[in-house]
Design a binder for this molecule. Structure first.
Ligand code: ATP
Ligand code: HSE
Length: 307
């Protein structure tokens, strides 16, 4: 028995929605899983050079998490892993690996876990749901994680909303980018964050692209992380002058996300973003991407299946 699992990259926070809001984009982590007598873990391709080729691999550990939640032993299998998601760049590579692994583990066991449980397992492991929820369900997801569980609302992306990402050629681990954040915030900062996150979620739900720039203001994480991401402050302030509908640090960075209107050319925005990189002595890629709406997909013998 062989099947593939394909989980998308994601961009978390979108400014003020720290640890609670994210969307998925079509760069994929793909697993090819074959039931066999012994376990083999095979990372493929240059992006995964250096990741373990044994059961300590993050993807395999995620498969075991699904088995643990189901209360069943994981059957042995060959697991080939490939990814288009650049690692430690703020595009949810760890969430794509985790969600792909949990879904693959569930699939190997005959799908004992519901989608809601898969999300809960993933969110608890990652510590926040804002990457794993869009990686699992696609689209834009608003999610909470607390003692009572994981709760979410998935939104279809507004028509004409596209994403432009600047992906610098350097890594920034989430743990390093979380370590620079304050432990406490003032009431004024809390009110600013929750009001802007609420406005952003409502604007995305209603397709109010005109509100994105204002709603994406954030003082919870971006100002603290700006010293780790050369050019970020300039982009947050100026991207709207070059055609962006709004801009944010993608996840923990260093990727920066801009929204654009898909009816408009992004030529000026690309030129501006490349200029910011040059000014800061950075190299990297600028890509236009749609918002992925499928989330994680399982395929058997060429047939895409609902999880
Ligand atoms: N396909 C994979 N196979 C094995 N390990 C992976 C895979 N993808 C990611 N990882 C692990 O996750 C780490 C990156 O996780 P990290 O949380 O720092 O960044 P990210 O998830 O890419 O970005 P962000 O959380 O900011 O969106 C990698 O260094 C690697 O250890
Ligand atoms: N919300 C998380 C996303 C990255 O994993 C953060 O900003 O640290």
């Amino acid at each position: 028995m062989t099947f593939t699992v394909r989980a998308p990259a994601s961009s978390a926070n979108l400014g003020p929605g720290f640890d609670s809001l994210g969307l998925s984009v079509p760069l994929f982590t793909t697993l090819r899983v074959t039931k066999q007598a012994v376990t083999e873990v095979v990372p493929l391709g240059p992006e995964l050079e250096g990741t373990p080729a044994d059961e300590s691999n993050y993807v395999y550990r995620a498969m075991e998490l699904a088995a643990k939640r189901a209360g069943q032993p994981l059957p042995p299998a060959r697991v080939e892993i490939e990814t288009e998601v650049p690692l430690a760049r703020g595009l949810g590579s760890s969430a794509a690996a985790l969600v792909a692994g949990i879904v693959a583990g569930n699939e190997l066991l005959g799908r004992p876990l519901s989608d809601e449980t898969l999300l809960d397992v993933a969110a608890r492991e990652e510590g926040h749901p804002d990457n794993v929820a869009p990686a699992l369900f696609g689209g834009i997801v608003v999610a909470t994680l607390d003692k009572l569980g994981t709760h979410y609302v998935r939104l279809d992306p507004p028509t004409h909303l596209g994403v432009t990402v600047l992906i610098p050629d350097f890594e920034l681990s989430t743990s390093k980018a979380r370590a620079v954040l304050p432990r406490e915030y003032s009431r004024a900062d809390a009110v600013h964050a929750l009001s802007h996150a609420a406005l952003l979620a409502a604007a995305l739900a209603q397709g109010r692209l005109d509100l994105l720039r204002h709603a994406m203001q954030d003082y919870i994480h971006q100002i603290w992380r700006a010293p780790l991401v050369p050019g970020l402050s300039d982009i947050l302030e100026e991207a709207h002058r070059h055609g962006a509908l709004g801009a944010a640090l993608s996840g923990a960075g260093p990727t920066v996300l801009c929204f654009h209107d898909t009816r408009e050319s992004t030529k000026h925005l690309h030129r501006y973003l490349h200029g910011v990189m040059n000014k800061n002595g950075l190299t990297g890629r600028v890509l236009d991407l749609p918002i992925d709406t499928a989330g994680t997909v399982v395929e058997r013998a060429g047939q895409a299946q609902k999880r």
